[in-house]
Every structure is written in C-alpha cells, then in structure tokens.
Design a protein around this ligand. Structure first.
Ligand SMILES: *Cc1c(COP(=O)(O)O)cnc(C)c1O
Length: 412
C-alpha cells in the first residue's frame, strides 16, 4: 500500500476524530461496509430496545402499550426525530408506510393542491419505484408525466409554466451518487406556482438537506438506508406546514382520521402531518428505527455531510493513485456528490462479488455500476484506503473472471 496514502488516512482520521462514531454500531470485525445506502448497519442499543418492546411492552403490558408506551404517537414522534436530520422543524414529518406509498400520496395530493394543471416532471433515471409510482399516481390524478433529467429541470419548468403541478426528483441519484440542485429546482417550481417533491432515500443522514431552509414542499425517504432503521423499516413523509391544511392524500385510512377512536363512518382528515398516516403502523420496525436514530444523537446534518465528503473525497484520491484508469461515475466536485462513489466496469457484478469475498461490501447496479456507499458515522479513512486497495487487487488479479463471482443472486 502507498505509504503516502496511509499517512494521509491517519491524518484525516485524526482531523475528523470528533465524528468517528463507530463505537455506536455493531459491525462484524474486519468488514468494510460500503452498503449502508442499501441496508444501514446495526446501531448499538437497537437489539436491546426491540427486546424491551417485545418482552415488556408487548409481552407484559399488552394493549396498554398503545397509550403507556407511546405506540400510538410513534409515527409523529419518530417523524420529528427524522425531521431534525433533514432540516425539518417539528410537526412536518411522519414516519409511515414505505417510500413508494408515501410518494404516491405526495403526487396525488400535489395534483389536488394545483387543480387545472396537468404536468409532473420526474427524472428518467429515477429509482424504478419512483417512476412506476409517479406514473400510477398520475393516472389516477389525470396528470401527464414528463421525464426530464434533473440537469434540464429548471429550464423545462419555466417552459411548462402554469401547467406544472410538481417537480418530483431524488436529491441524489441512486446509481451515480450525483447530488442534484434541490434549492434551484424548488425555486424554479415555485416561480411558476408549482410544488416540489424530493426523494431523500440517498440523502437522509448524510447530507444537510435543509428542507425548511430551501422551501421544499413535499419529501419522502427511507428509514433503512443511511438512517439504519433495519430491514423493512418504515419510511417518512414530509409536508411543509404551510401546505398541511390542503394536503388531501388519496389513502384515507383511520390512522389519519381527526378522531380515529370515534369510529365515525366518514373520513375527516386529522390536522397537521398526522393526516399522512394510513393504517396501523409496523411498530416493531418503527421502534427499531427510533432506537437506531440514537446513533445520530448530537450529530448535526452538516457534520455528517462534512465527514461524508471527506470520506468520498479521500476514496477518489485513493482511486487516482491505485487504479487511475478506472471510470468514475460520480461527480468529483464536492457540491455535486452525494455520499457514494460509483465506478463503472463491464464485469461490475463479479467485481462486487470479488470485493465481498475480501470483506469489502458494496453492491452492483445495472448495467455496469459498482456502487460504494460511505456511511459517515461508522467508516474511517483507514477503511476507505483498505477498500480502495482491495478494489485495486481485484482488478489487477482479474478476480472478476472467476466463475464463483459470476452467478447472480436474487438480490443484487
Ligand atoms: C431505496 C429507494 C426506494 C425504496 O422504496 P421502498 O418503497 O421503501 O421500497 C425508493 N426510492 C429511492 C430513490 C430509493 O433509493
């Protein structure tokens, strides 16, 4: 390994010592985990918290826990905790359902807030569920979806003008890790009287998203990626205060009712963000997520962002030295980079498998992307250097040509 890079890793780890929170996680020894953007690592304390929910709250206290253990209010309580990490003041985020379902609510509700307008813009390179759900929501709401690259969105928004309902984009591209201009797209949408909706799946926990600061209207995101909520953790929905009275979402369920226990025959939406709820929440997953968020205690989004940029920046430096010919799909400018570095390789799937065999865990995305996510709280610059060294070895020794690395599993 290059002694200069080893020194540099040491120096950067010393400089960022205050945000080295690896002790807050239970990671298997020896593994460099670069897939926290797909399934976050297990924070310390989650197993104990879940055991308490199961044994005491459920096992002993039984149904009283809906009141006494705060089960009923968990969606808004956890929502506020999530909100802090995406720059939302309390009362605007609810933890509920999946990202797919929340996006559906947001798009239909946006259409209802902008009657007479027809167009919703979204990214042709979006995560597939965002494309499917946007199309499905548009169909029921009578909208037309235009797929426009985020880099062209500002110009297209101005052209569509007062026919635009919503600009619906991910703040970070799930494949390339490119960070899009949330403030500019939001401003452009507002300039024509339209709304913005942001998918924060690859931003929450690693970026200073600043939803309130930038005047975002709606947002959705995952609980199980950088927020470490665990497999299938519930997602979240943000509706800015100023829009909540008009937020008429299509999935009217009893948990979103103004008086759910009145058991009234007709739906009256609850005031505030509670109207984003639908049915009974998956409490085990939600309370696991709540416990997991303790890993972020005392961490400001800007501090997570600073560490994340240092890690990805150093990884790019390592690649330049160790594998200079590798094609990097992620922008090099910090302002255009999320928290991952993706590289392209014709045998990307096998490269990822060969890395996993070396205890460097990333993932593969179609068609040729080796995707490496850098969760700031539990990775060090020393880990980053080790990962880059293994990547060089895999490529140098052409390990991706081995048959054992070429068979695809169901989940890639
Ligand atoms: C991970 C991810 C999703 C996942 O949606 P679910 O409904 O929670 O499965 C959606 N959108 C983006 C951009 C993602 O990265």
């Amino acid at each position: 390994m290059s002694p200069a890079l080893t020194d540099r890793a040491r120096e950067l780890d010393a400089r960022h010592a205050a945000t080295d929170l690896r002790a807050r996680f239970r990671l298997p020894a020896g593994v460099v985990y670069l897939d926290g953007n797909s399934l976050g690592a297990l924070p310390a304390g989650v197993a104990e918290a879940v055991a308490d929910v199961v044994h005491r709250q459920w096992g002993n206290e039984l149904i009283a826990s809906w009141n006494d253990a705060g089960w009923w209010d968990a969606p808004t309580r956890v929502g506020d905790a999530l909100g802090r990490l995406v720059g939302a003041a309390p009362g605007q985020v609810v933890c509920t359902d999946s990202t797919s379902v929340n996006l559906y609510k947001a798009v239909v509700a946006a259409a209802r807030m902008r009657p007479g307008r027809r167009v919703v813009l979204t990214d042709p390179d979006s995560f597939p569920t965002d494309l499917y759900v946007t199309d499905a929501a548009a169909r029921v709401a009578g909208l037309v979806v235009e797929r426009v690259f985020p880099g062209d969105a500002v110009a297209r928004i101005a052209e569509v003008g007062d026919d635009l309902v919503l600009a619906s984009y991910s703040s970070v591209d799930y494949r390339t890790g490119e960070l899009w201009d949330l403030p500019a797209i939001t401003r452009a949408a507002h300039a024509v009287g339209a709304l913005s909706c942001w998918d924060l799946c690859h931003s929450a926990g690693v970026l200073d998203v600043g939803l309130d600061e930038h005047g975002a209207d709606l947002a959705v995101g995952c609980g199980y990626k950088y927020l470490n909520g665990g497999p299938g953790a519930p997602a979240f929905l943000y509706v800015a205060h100023r829009l909540q009275d008009d937020f008429d979402q299509p999935l009217a369920g009893w948990n979103g009712h103004a008086t759910p226990f009145a058991m009234a025959p007709d739906f009256v939406p609850a005031p505030g963000i509670t109207r984003g709820r639908v049915g009974t929440p998956p409490l085990l997953g939600m309370l696991a997520l709540e416990a997991a968020l303790a890993a972020y205690d005392g961490v400001e989004p800007a501090a997570a962002r600073e560490r994340s940029l240092s890690l990805t920046g150093f990884f790019l430096e390592c690649l330049d030295t160790l594998v200079p010919h590798l094609e990097v799909a992620t922008p090099r400018e910090p302002a255009r980079r999320g928290s991952q570095v993706s590289v392209r390789h014709p045998q990307a799937y096998a490269v990822v498998q060969a890395l996993i065999a070396r205890d460097v865990v990333g993932d593969f995305r179609e068609p040729d992307i080796v995707r490496l996510g850098f969760a700031p709280l539990y990775l060090t610059h020393a880990d980053v250097l080790r990962a880059a060294g293994h990547l060089r070895d895999v490529l140098e020794h052409r390990e991706y040509e081995r048959a054992q690395f070429r068979t695809r599993a169901t989940v890639t």
